[in-house]
Design a protein around this ligand. Structure first.
Ligand SMILES: Cc1cc2nc3c(=O)[nH]c(=O)nc-3n(C[C@H](O)[C@H](O)[C@H](O)COP(=O)(O)OP(=O)(O)OC[C@H]3O[C@@H](n4cnc5c(N)ncnc54)[C@H](O)[C@@H]3O)c2cc1C
Length: 383
């Protein structure tokens, strides 16, 4: 990928990869085994300013570009998908406030979010609504005593740890996003356990019973959520997940390569067997392609190019598909050693399946991509 980056971006990537790798390089499997990201890691992210990566400098953040953010997620993905998810969901909320928050919301919340004094999470999914968020039943209703939030949200990444939640609800004028404080008297947060992957991502269920919500906690206009806020929030998340997937595939490819170069069977190194050569070649080529598409998406976001939404969808689609395919192949090529948690690839294999579900399943992305891609191709254009 280095040859696709400017010198400054290369330097940024080297710095951030070394920073995260030196601090936490070998810890990912332990966190997954213990199903918990230690608080020390959260505090380290805060001390490094990573919670503010997406937040402009005027509010105390790092004000990084989409390319710089993408490279951060790639570096985090090399270490732990759960760690990368902490910064991602927090960034989704921060980004929404940067773009659509009121002046008061920006001034009061962004400095705390930038410093990591407060950690934020996104609550959209419900038992009846995941890919199709039109099915949400959580409501934000006007009552004689003020606005009240009622409903149950599931699968909230770092919901267990969050101080602030961005909640999608049905309001009088359509869907609406509002902020909910951890200490709200009607909020009950329960850990979700037993997950296939992202076990250290602190998932939780939030039950909201008659939660009082200030009018100033509503983000944007009613009805604006489904057309603008949620699509943009998801775009931010998909861009992050695409890069995260590239980082995870890098991890699997590195471990698998070291193994096949070093181990012998039937008188040769494993990498000299034709079937393994096919597998390793496809892994390396697909990783390079995924990184290139991620970078194309990041550049389109930085240029505020009209093609950015589609390029982000394409990057998420490709990166997660190749991660899923090749993490399974990496385990295969490493045999029993691939099944050992400590070798780092087993966890990538599990997390890869989860990454293809969060922020848009392949089926959902195909719904969004197929017609525009086909129309453009039929018209003689380039996707
Ligand atoms: C580890 C983890 C972390 C998560 N973190 C968060 C979070 O922080 N916040 C949050 O709000 N949510 C979170 N989620 C939920 C996640 O966003 C949803 O799981 C995802 O949107 C898919 O929704 P669903 O699980 O309800 O699947 P469904 O929407 O019920 O879909 C089930 C299957 O049907 C397929 N399908 C659906 N519609 C179609 C169609 N039209 N055509 C073809 N196939 C279709 C889907 O692709 C999928 O394969 C998380 C989930 C996990 C596992």
């Amino acid at each position: 990928m280095d040859d696709l980056l400017t010198e400054a971006q290369r330097q940024h990537h080297r710095t951030i990869t070394a920073l995260v790798g030196t601090a936490w390089g070998a810890h990912g499997p332990d966190w997954e085994n213990e199903a918990e990201l230690p608080e020390e890691v959260v505090q380290w992210c805060a001390a490094q300013g990573l919670f503010g990566a997406v937040i402009p400098k005027e509010y105390g953040g790092l004000g990084w570009s989409a390319v710089e953010l993408g490279l951060l997620y790639e570096a985090l993905g090399r270490v732990s998908a759960s760690l990368a998810s902490l910064i991602n969901v927090h960034g989704m909320v921060a980004r929404t406030l940067v773009r659509w928050g009121s002046d008061a919301q920006r001034e009061t919340l962004l400095p705390d979010l930038a410093s990591g004094r407060r950690v934020a999470a996104v609550c959209m999914t419900e038992r009846t609504a995941g890919s199709d968020l039109s099915g949400i039943t959580t409501t934000l209703k006007e009552q004689p005593e003020g606005l009240r939030l009622d409903g149950t949200k599931l699968y909230t990444t770092f919901g267990r740890r969050a101080d602030l939640y961005l909640v999608l609800a049905a309001g009088a004028g359509g869907q609406v996003c509002c902020l909910l404080e951890r200490g709200n008297p009607g909020l009950e947060v329960t850990p979700m356990t037993g997950l296939l992957g992202l076990r250290a991502a602190g998932l939780a269920t939030e039950v909201m019973r008659d939660c009082p919500v200030e009018r100033s906690a509503v983000i944007g206009r009613p009805g604006f959520a489904s057309t603008v806020l949620v699509p943009q929030l998801l775009e931010h998340g998909r861009h992050a997940v695409a890069w995260m997937a590239a980082g995870m595939l890098h991890r699997a490819f590195s471990a698998c390569s070291a193994f096949v170069l070093g181990r012998e069977t039937f008188g040769r190194n494993i990498v000299d067997h034709g079937q393994i050569q096919s597998l390793v070649t496809a892994m390396g080529v697909d990783l390079a392609a995924a990184r290139a598409l991620c970078l194309t998406a990041s550049r389109a976001l930085d240029d505020v190019d009209a093609s950015a939404p589609r390029k982000v969808l394409m990057a998420k689609y490709l990166a997660c598909q190749v991660l899923e395919r090749h993490s399974a192949q990496a385990v295969q090529a490493m045999g029993a050693q691939g099944c050992l948690e400590e070798n780092g690839v087993a966890g990538v294999y599990r997390d890869a399946k989860v990454l293809s579900i969060i922020e848009g399943t392949p089926q959902l992305l195909e719904r969004l991509l197929a017609v525009p891609l086909a129309r453009e191709a039929a018209a003689g254009g380039r996707p």
